[in-house]
Design a protein around this ligand. Structure first.
Ligand code: PEP
Ligand code: MG
Length: 907
């Protein structure tokens, strides 16, 4: 059996690993190796592979130590040879750092351990060698503190308590009447080491390990253990990182940024991670070790002069004070700065992407400790990709792949100003259902949202959950907040369609409609109080926060052009109004994939005629009411056809169960009765008869059109008449009439007959024809299974993956919010299937439906119009099954365009 290579050495310009070996060495280990290879100064060290992490989980620490012992001893020897020091020596001790590093960077997994190897003996060597007693004892107390926290797990006992070591430090400082760590004397630091060790023994019942080898093994195993700590698991879940990957461990010779005033430590970015500006930037601290920069105890200084001046201006600090107290590295250590500047350029050129660096300066000598691809905001992502393309650093396909489609969202919606957010208080969290930022006064009822908005007041509509009746109020509100419902709840879907900010399912809200209050964790908010929503994070915040419009720069357009150049699938939009259609067109939508006609029935007086139709006793009564709806529908369709001139428009026939259109409250029922001149009792009886136990599986979709063919007739007529009308005005119209909720070929056939007969009638009346298609939603498992039969009649398929997910899992779209979070938490589901298409189950039906449909009709046009149509990984799946297009809400169109192009590039 081949023994795998478990340990990879690096140092002095040589390395056994390289940047390509991220899977095995983790990002950190691979890049440290690579930096050696390209001549960047890096302290020597070694990396234990991610595969060993898996072995550790299987074999446990004792067995693993046995297997790994010889390799680790050799590796330490390798470092000793290069730095001319000895691990555990009393004269010339080698100290090391131990750090974790997975394939993907996972902030918050494990903290670094610095200064490992110190004990009562080796510290003497450190003192003699550096001739700096205070530095040595400071390093020692930092080591004991870090090691006890990270390896020995000495944490505060409850979340209300402070770090036990900080408590000790504070006590010492208080006794001495000093405020800064820098004022601690050598004796204080010595005393702290003793106190820390005592605390360890008290709390763990064991002595702090003094043997450097014990320290090292403890640290290595702690890194492996950290792969399975709660923070790491949570981070993996959030970012879809597989549990199997494991972490690598990197051990490196220490370099010290805390050796006095010619030493420093810092972090830097080769470009601005917030804006993308091509400007080297970062922060550093003189006479400090790594954790001081992030700990927020001292104010870090800027690396560049220009950065420092900008910072001082924001902080209201004069140029004199800046120069004396907070000089930039460029000003404080000009030579070292120059070297750092050259290295960052070299690294960026080498990796051809923005880098995030860690460095330490030990007595004037610069060392790089890490480089990795820098995380960035959506706007920075776009700017950096396009800048690098223009600079000739990357080519088009790479630039496109640098775009994370989901992050484009950040560019499309208003955002809170930084200053505003810094001051705001988060009161609850919900699902980030529709991105953007909104502030407004609380209202609990849709009609009030409308009337307040008409008075130019900004409102947030707060509801338990929303229904189609709330549509106008939602449109009038700045944002929507619901206490219940998931990512495909009514509120979420509609808000995304409107490009309106929405936080859904904020479970902590207790809404009292009667008293017009909402209570969150005991605090009561009344109608009219100001709140703010961050639809990108799901945060609900107190008060009003300033927002600003996003800037869609030229770079955004350039990304879109690139996407169109490489994509295969088309992207359409889900839109019910000419306004939405126009927005989507401006975002590059090439047609409408779903126009939900039911939304039109809520506008203005239409709801009255709709209700009249529903309450009618017989077909004649229904036809009378439908005749009133016909011209309204026709003019709606004319508007949409006009907005989509030249592009196909898929119009879906009436889908929801009829009870959604009639009011449940008696007062509203009375109003209708009066209007129609019928007794209230009649209205009540009819409403009661519409009640269904499972309306989602009830009298809806094509079942309505097959039981009341006159509804389909009216809608088909409205569509065809509208098409003819706009055609005479020179509009290029391509109507596609779509039957919802088909489960059998016969059902579809009946609808198709009605549609085609009606169309022929209209053509005869108008002495003019127009081409149109008749197709169907595939959103019931049976339809996917019998797609070959359905395709004998249907000219196109559009997968309704909202319903298809609902019916495949048997999860109600409206009620799954109760248990889905628990399922995700317990790992019973990896993702919310209503957000990310479930390839394993639902995906099979989509694939099968497409294949079977095309077996009958090879040129069958296939698309998707469920919410998944705008979700990048689902879009990738749609590409892989050979769909012709995806359709999504207007604000997701750019996201889908890029996702589709990247899918084509990766194909
Ligand atoms: C679907 O079910 O995926 C769909 C698009 O239709 P709706 O959401 O209107 O039910
Ligand atoms: Mg549906």
């Amino acid at each position: 059996m081949n023994t795998p290579k478990r340990v990879y050495l690096f140092g002095n310009g040589k390395a056994e690993g390289s940047a390509e070996m991220k899977n095995l060495l983790g990002g950190k280990g691979a890049n440290l190796a690579e930096m050696n290879l390209i001549g960047v100064p890096v302290p020597p060290g070694f990396t234990i592979t991610t595969e060993v992490c898996t072995e550790y989980n299987q074999l446990g620490s004792a067995k693993l130590r046995e297997i790994l012992s010889a390799d680790v001893h050799n590796a330490i020897k390798h470092i000793e040879g290069l730095v001319n020091m000895l691990f555990g020596s009393a004269e010339n001790p080698l100290l090391v750092s131990v750090r974790s590093g997975a394939r993907a960077s996972m902030p918050g997994m494990m903290d670094t351990i610095l200064n490992l190897g110190l004990n009562e003996t080796t510290i003497q060597g450190l003192i003699t060698k550096t001739n700096n007693e205070r530095f040595a004892w400071d390093s020692y107390r930092r080591f004991v503190q870090m090691y006890s926290d990270v390896v020995l797990g000495l944490k505060p006992e409850s979340k209300e308590e402070h770090d036990p070591f900080e408590v000790i430090i504070d006590t010492v400082k208080k006794e001495k009447g000093i405020s800064s760590d820098l004022e601690l004397t050598t004796d204080d630091l010595k005393n702290l080491v003793t106190l820390f060790k005592q605390a360890v023994e008290e709390k763990t019942g064991k002595k702090f390990p003094d043997d450097p080898w014990e320290q090292l093994w403890g640290a290595i195993f702690a890194v492996f253990n950290s792969w399975n700590n709660e923070r790491a698991k949570f981070y993996r879940k959030l970012n879809n990182i597989p549990d199997e990957w494991g972490t690598a461990v990197t051990v490196q010779a220490m370099v010290f940024g805390n050796m006095g005033y010619t030493s420093a430590t810092g972090v830097a970015f080769t470009r601005d991670a917030a804006t993308g500006e091509n400007l080297f930037n970062g922060e550093y601290l003189i006479n400090a070790q790594g954790e001081d920069v992030v700990a927020g105890i001292r104010t870090p200084q800027q690396i560049t002069k220009i950065g420092s001046q900008r910072w001082a201006k924001l902080a209201g600090i004069s140029e004199e004070e800046r120069l004396s107290k907070y000089p930039s590295l460029e000003e404080a250590m000009p030579e070292t700065y120059k070297e750092l500047f050259t290295i960052q350029k070299k690294l960026e050129n080498h990796y051809r992407d923005m880098q995030d660096l860690e460095f330490t300066i030990q007595e004037g000598k610069l060392w790089l400790l890490q480089t990795r691809t820098g995380k960035r905001t959506g706007p920075a992502m776009v700017k950096i990709a396009m800048d690098m393309l223009r600079e000739g650093m990357i080519e088009e396909k790479t630039a496109l792949k640098r775009i994370d489609p989901a992050k484009l969202d950040e560019l499309l919606h208003p955002v809170f100003t930084k200053e505003g957010l810094a001051k705001a208080k988060v009161i609850a969290n919900g699902l980030p259902a529709s991105p953007g930022a909104a502030s407004g006064q609380i209202v609990f009822f849709a009609d009030e949202a409308e009337s307040w908005a008409a008075e130019k007041r900004k409102v947030i509509l707060v509801r338990e959950e929303t229904s189609p009746e709330d549509l106008r109020g939602m449109a009038a509100a700045q944002g929507i907040l619901t206490a219940r419902g998931g990512m495909t709840s009514h509120a979420a879907v509609v808000a995304r369609g409107m490009g309106k900010c929405c936080v859904a399912g904020a479970g902590a809200l207790r809404i009292d409609y009667k008293n017009r209050t909402m209570t969150v964790n005991g605090k009561v908010y009344k109608e009219g109080d100001w709140i703010s929503l961050n639809g990108s994070t799901g945060q609900v915040l107190e008060g009003k926060i300033d927002t600003q419009d996003p800037e869609l720069s030229g770079d955004f357009g350039a990304v879109m052009q690139l996407a169109d150049k490489y994509t295969r699938m088309k992207v359409r939009t889900n839109a019910d109004t000419p306004k939405d259609a126009t927005v989507a067109r401006n975002f590059g939508a090439q047609g409408i994939g779903l126009c939900r006609t039911e939304h039109m029935f809520f506008e203005g007086d239409r709801i009255k005629s709709m209700r009249e139709m529903i309450l009618a006793e017989d077909e004649t009564g229904r036809r009378t009411a439908l005749a009133k709806l016909l011209p309204m529908q026709r003019s709606d369709f004319e508007g949409i056809f006009t907005a989509m001139n030249g592009f196909p428009v898929t119009i879906r026939l009436l889908d929801p169960p009829l009870h959604e259109f009639v009011p449940q409250e008696e007062s509203a029922q009375k109003e209708i009765a009066d209007e129609l001149g019928i007794p209230l009792e009649k209205v009540k009886t009819r409403v009661a008869s519409l009640h269904e136990v499972n309306p989602m599986l009830g009298h809806r979709g094509c079942r309505l059109g097959n039981t009341y063919p006159e509804i389909t007739e009216m809608q088909a007529r409205a569509i065809i008449e509208a098409a003819l009308a706009v055609k005479t005005r020179g509009i290029v119209v391509l109507p596609e009439i779509m039957v919802p909720l088909t489960s059998t070929a016969a059902e579809f056939e009946m609808q198709e007959n009605i549609i085609r007969k009606t169309a022929e009638k209209v053509f005869e009346e108008k002495k003019e024809r127009v081409d149109y298609l008749v197709g169907t939603m595939i959103e019931i498992p049976r339809a996917a299974l019998t797609a070959d039969k359905i395709a004998e009649h249907a000219e196109f398929f559009s997968f309704g993956t909202n319903d298809l997910t609902q019916m495949t899992f048997g999860f109600s779209r409206d009620d799954a919010g109760v248990f889905l979070p628990v399922y995700l938490e317990k790992n019973l589901l990896k993702q919310d299937p209503f957000q990310i298409l479930d390839r394993e189950g639902v995906g099979q039906l989509v694939k099968m439906g497409t294949e079977r449909g095309r077996k009958t009709r090879p040129d069958l046009k296939v698309g998707i119009c469920g919410e998944h149509g705008g979700e990048p990984s689902s879009v990738e799946f749609c590409h892989s099954v050979g769909m012709n297009y995806v359709s999504c809400s207007p604000y997701r169109v750019p996201i889908a365009r890029v996702a589709a192009a990247i899918a084509a590039l990766n194909d």
